[in-house]
Design a protein around this ligand. Sequence first.
Ligand code: NAD
Ligand code: TDX
Length: 328
Amino acid sequence: MRRILVTGGAGFIGANFVRLVLDTSDDRVTVLDALTYAGNRESVDARAKLVVGSITDAALVDQLVAEADLVVHFAAESHNDNSLNDPSPFITTNLVGTYTLLEAVRRHGVRYHHISTDEVYGDLELDDPARFTEATPYNPSSPYSASKAGSDLLVRAWVRSFGVQATISNCSNNYGPYQHIEKFIPRQITNVLSGIRPKLYGAGANVRDWIHVTDHNLAVLRIIEAGRIGETYLIGADGEQDNKSVVELILTLMGQSADAYDHVTDRAGHDMRYAIDSTKLREELGWQPSYRDFEAGLAATIDWYRANEAWWRPLKAATEAKYAKAGQ
Ligand code: NAD
Ligand code: TDX
């Protein structure tokens, strides 16, 4: 039995992680989450203890880390579009928040796992045969990805300079239940369920490397179990799809005409393509994705949003109003 502190456990990936841990172990979980616009109390499994507070609150973080055997750090400002409108909370939460956690795990000698993104590597051309590996140089494009890149570098420095017992994972785009409806896939599903046409940025040629959230979290558990301290592991499931194909598939699965969507203003600085080579994770730690059929995973995700309208409906009007202001 471990005592795990999960930051950001009321958000999309963290909430799924908490469920997975509680379903598959006798570990005890405390969630530290500020319940920003992206956090939802109802996403937190009732078997976990929820502490509402910020990862930038050094006194609170110190107390919670002192009571933990392991910290898994998901909390972040996570949406690129928001970081273009106002970078400030991205700097505070993603950089100062990570720093605050690192200082606490350093003081208390607690094992730490850092959740990050493939966006730290910048983007690839559509026809580039290369994929991101652990050796790819950092080259972030947006305030969001720059703040995540900075947080990763803080972790590496705290390992090297202070001997903090940490691992890092950089994962590709996740989909699945409990994802905030500002994000691409749930935005389009809930648009269709609301009688709104899906919105595709620009031509929709941009490629994302999709992975089911459960596969991401199983990889994180495997890295915590067997990953080498100080190492970075890339997590990806060979799921490259262009945005236009994803919108068309959502519409088809939901019984609509595949072309019933609108092209809207493109994102500033929009990364063209992300692609992960997860050979290190697969060969060193024996991880493999269990969701290999994107269409089936997407259909199950659509079913989840249909069945859980009470969870997302209160967010819909405000989320769309924010996009409308940006012409998106
Ligand atoms: P999310 O926005 O759904 O959830 C973030 C959670 O963090 C929310 O519950 C929010 O309330 C909480 N939070 C924000 N600021 C906080 C603060 N100062 N103190 C405490 N809690 C705070 O994000 P997500 O999609 O679940 O992403 C989780 C992590 O995974 C992030 O670190 C993100 O960078 C990373 N990641 C996400 C993806 C993806 O596709 N969503 C892919 C790779 C990596
Ligand atoms: O309405 C939309 N229409 C659209 O075409 C939205 C919201 C997005 N898009 C495009 C932009 C991207 O090319 O879809 C793609 C996916 O967009 P997001 O869901 O905003 O994800 P992305 O910017 O790729 O970042 C995601 O993956 C990496 C997460 O939000 C990050 O937290 C993670 O680090």
